[in-house]
Design a protein around this ligand. Sequence first.
Ligand code: PXG
Length: 465
Amino acid sequence: MSYIPNLPSTAEMQQMDAAHHLHPFTDGGSLKDKGVRVMTAADGIFVTDSDGNRLLDGMAGLWCVNVGYGRTEIAEAAARQMMQLPYYNTFFQTSHPPAIALAEKLAELAPGTLNSTFFTGSGSESADTIIRLVRHYWTSLGKPTKSGVISRKNAYHGSTIGGASLGGMSAMHEQGGLPIPGITHIDQPYWYAEGGSSEPDRFGLECARALEQEIDRLGEDNVAAFMAEPIQGAGGVIVPPETYWPEIVRICKARNILLVADEVICGFGRTGNWFGSNTYGFEPDVMSIAKGLSSGYLPIGGVMVSDRVAQVLNEKGGEFAHGYTYSGHPASCAAALENLRIMQDENIVDRVGETTAPYLEKHWKELGDHPLVGEARIMGMMGAIEMTPDKAKRAGFDGHEGEVGLICREHCLANGIILRCVRDCMIMSPPLVISLGEIDQMIDLTRKSLDQTLEDVQSNGWLTH
Ligand code: PXG
């Protein structure tokens, strides 16, 4: 069913799109040749395109539609708010009921003493806010030199200049002379690709200790914060070894730098707990949120801070000269509140942690036995499959890096499932409401796509044995 009256044909829409629409993270030239896939409707964990294909959305949109599609309660909550008060700002000593209620709800849900939220419109805006906020924090404490932010290679924190600088994506840095000064990157805890013959736990410790070395290199008095995703998402669902986070937490405390968790993907149930930091048992000083906060129904993000940070900002910081027109947008806050009500009333996070994630984990890990798969890793409802021509060596497809991922992604789409590829790694992050039967379906479609990819890889002669 289409909600758009007199919908043009797919070919017409593709033509219009190619003529006038510049897309994010897309090679415009090749897209013009191929034509976009036009999504027109969605329900539960399925999306429908303009040709009537129904696809299992193994990516929850872009890691965000946690409660699934078609939740009319969220649409109604936003509509009610738009009729009551469609817009007002939260600057200059004003506020409104949805922003007040959402800030309070977030304080209830977030770990430890993270009780205060600065609202933004997206994860990228949150990243920019964090750079300014942590610097403002240390300046307020009389330590203006503590301004450096340490992040990680292959991290993703957004596409604004601040977000892309904090992120560690070299392809993004190459476009436009990033990162901006004051941001440096340490190695990521990516055991599969970079751990060599080291045991995962040892490798995890080594990666964490790179933070200590970087603090020493820069000088503790010049470092404001370390920022990281509990599990890297866009980088390829990189689940760190168990030893990693405890050591990071120890170093941040010992060296007096703020620990910033980017929970844009990991937050709101993705890892089987409300936040990724709950899963790894630590309390960040600052936390970035977006995506699952509203399940993507309307744009909204935020930066949450601990009581210690809030107290400094409130009592010593004076005016924080920072804010967005849409900080705490009323309709977005109303949608987020309704989304969180659904998650709580329907025990979605508990169900993920206790039932669906363990079930998915068991079957996802079984894909590790597939001849094309070097590792099938998963935490909660996010996972990755590394494809390799040589399991024992965890080798790459020499000379064809990234091609196998694209082949597999196309097979997935043809089979009716959306998975993303990062290099030659397939990644998934389905809506948290996925049922056990739908998990079976997802695993079957993934296995079938891997079989077909293996056939292609074999006929191309890309296997090393
Ligand atoms: N932090 C993290 C951890 C993210 O995953 C952002 C910040 C930025 O959020 P906004 O709302 O500004 O997009 C993200 C976004 C991908 C992909 O290819 C992932 C994201 C965005 C676009 C593509 O997996 N994550």
